[in-house]
Design a protein. Structure first.
Length: 535
């Protein structure tokens, strides 16, 4: 049997459908049903990314979590997802993309249920990490299934629908999450994945066609272990830096150790016959700089989403639904920004689209830098539109720069590299910007409290509440006069805003650096075709 034109050499597929006019024996591999199944699967992952941002303040209150705990609720998921995307793609190649996709969908739904039921912060973090593992199973397999179902002339449209489903779920996440948190519970935002996953599982089991690689690569266990250990050391060090201090021996030891382990990972990959991540990919400057721009773009994006949500709910006092509505310009614009980025990239190439997109992100962040506790919505939505549009454009253009410039035999790994960079950007954004924010809040808190009217003898006693203030909340002191409590609230919010301003400035600088790097990108020969964005 001859595989579809875009199918990787060596793929083994399910038998084709009956020819037109003949009795249909099976609907396995039907393009429309294939899209429905994989779209539902990736929608779970898309929803999970934004509903958690709305639920975070309620998770902290319910389970008495600190800002570091909330960072781990986000980062445990993103870190595991990032580390396992490429190896899980290999598992799909070896054991079957349909099988791995369905296991990922079932596991993701089950772990979502467990997050809501566990009732403790360590348990939430543990099950979030397992969510990341199962998400890593379904994401690359979903794209591989689409590539093996659609011929080249229809692949762009199919990938567009795949990306659109993700974008819609990202855009709708804040609204859905807000409604569920306000009217049901924060746990319900995770329970939502159960019915979605069940439908995807039934459709997928009945109607997806199986495919796998006939010639298998050896699994790079050493590379996976080194990559995971190095990234964990760096992320753990970044998160703990706010509590230990940036110059503390433990912080420096973790960061240096993580970098050292990643250096060992690079050396090991250069020596392994079949590496987890072929270093030869980085000989092409567009792949190298395209990967960096994806990472920096989502560094800025996740930082904004994480901390501005805390600002809306804890400083402005919006309920979850209102916070979700206010975030809509940032997330909903993805629905149009990604197709726009594809059109512009096809015409002008990534060397124009990526710098323009990242400049939009940087300008949007600078607009947010002027936020104050009393700022109206007019100070938010233009910045949200700029950031969301810019990131949406960059995803598509940088995906083309990475995937289209990779050798044919490394196309799958290159797609995994792009998705990994995206997730790592989110991890580093919440980790680094969170540590910067907490450190700055700690240095400003006493002065802000005194400046707002808290007596100089009382203000230093509130320093242990720095972690709470870094979430945008204010410590509530039982029995103090109302004017003093009001002064504590005002001073706490001012300290939080000071930390937020520094964090946003760091993100803006990263965006402008990415814009400069985007000028080094180039379009591959024959590009304008198939970029597979890992949204």
């Amino acid at each position: 049997m001859t595989p579809p034109p875009d199918t990787a050499a060596g793929d083994v597929l399910d038998p084709p459908q009956a020819p037109a006019g003949a009795p249909a024996r099976s609907r396995r591999g039907h393009p429309a049903w294939t899209l429905v199944a994989v779209a539902l699967g990736v929608m779970m992952v898309g929803l999970d990314g934004t509903v958690v941002s709305i639920a975070n303040p309620y998770i902290a209150r319910s389970l008495h979590g600190s800002l570091a705990d909330l960072q781990w609720v986000t980062n445990a998921y993103l870190l595991v997802l990032a580390v396992l995307l490429i190896p899980m793609g290999y598992l799909g190649d070896r054991f079957g993309r349909k099988l791995v996709f369905l296991v990922g969908v079932a596991g993701f739904a089950l772990m979502s249920l467990s997050v809501g039921l566990i009732g403790s912060m360590p348990g939430v973090i543990a099950f979030r990490s397992l969510q990341g593992a199962f998400g890593a199973m379904l994401m690359p397999s979903s794209l591989a299934i689409i590539r093996n179902t659609f011929p080249p002339e229809k692949l762009n449209g199919a990938v567009g629908i795949w990306g659109g489903a993700t974008a819609i779920s990202v855009a709708g996440g804040p609204i859905v999450g807000g409604l569920l948190v306000e009217h049901v519970s924060w746990q319900s935002v995770f329970y939502l994945n159960v019915p979605v996953g069940l439908v995807a599982l039934v459709i997928g089991a009945l109607l997806l066609a199986e495919s796998r690689m006939e010639q298998l690569r050896r699994f790079d266990t050493l590379g996976l272990g080194l990559l995971g250990a190095g990234l964990f050391g760096i992320v753990f060090g970044l998160i703990k830096a706010s509590a230990w201090g940036w110059t503390d021996a433990r912080t420096l030891g973790l960061l240096a150790g993580g970098v050292g382990v990643l250096a060992l990972f690079v050396l090991a990959e250069l020596r392994v016959a079949e590496p987890l991540l072929p270093m030869r990919l980085f000989r092409h400057r567009s792949i190298t700089f395209g990967t960096i721009t994806v990472l920096l773009g989502f560094f800025a994006m996740f930082g904004v989403l994480f901390f501005v949500t805390l600002y809306l709910q804890n400083v402005h006092g919006y309920d979850p639904v209102a916070a979700g509505v206010h975030m809509l310009p940032l997330t909903a614009v993805f629905v149009v920004a990604s197709p726009l980025g594809g059109v512009l990239n096809q015409r002008f190439g990534p060397r124009l689209v990526v710098p323009v997109g990242m400049v939009m992100v940087g300008v949007g962040l600078l607009l947010l830098h002027s936020l104050q506790p009393e700022s109206g919505y007019v100070h938010l939505w233009p910045a949200f539109v700029l950031v969301g549009t810019g990131v949406g454009m960059v995803i598509v253009a940088s995906s083309d720069a990475i995937v289209a410039n990779a050798p044919q035999e490394d196309a799958g790994v290159a797609g995994g590299l792009q998705s990994t960079a995206l997730q790592l950007g989110g991890v580093l954004g919440t980790s680094i910007l969170g540590s910067v924010l907490v450190t700055r809040v700690g240095s400003l808190l006493v002065g802000s409290l005194v400046g707002s009217g808290v007596p100089a003898g009382i203000a230093p006693r509130l320093l242990p509440a720095t972690g709470l203030v870094a979430q945008g909340a204010a410590p509530q002191i039982a029995g103090v006069p109302a004017p003093l409590q009001h002064a504590i609230t005002i001073g706490s919010h001012q300290a939080f805003m000071g930390g937020l301003h520094v964090a946003i400035l760091v993100a803006a600088v990263a965006a402008f650096v990415a814009a400069a790097l985007g000028l080094l990108l180039q379009r591959s020969e024959g590009s304008g075709g198939t970029a597979l964005p890992g949204l």
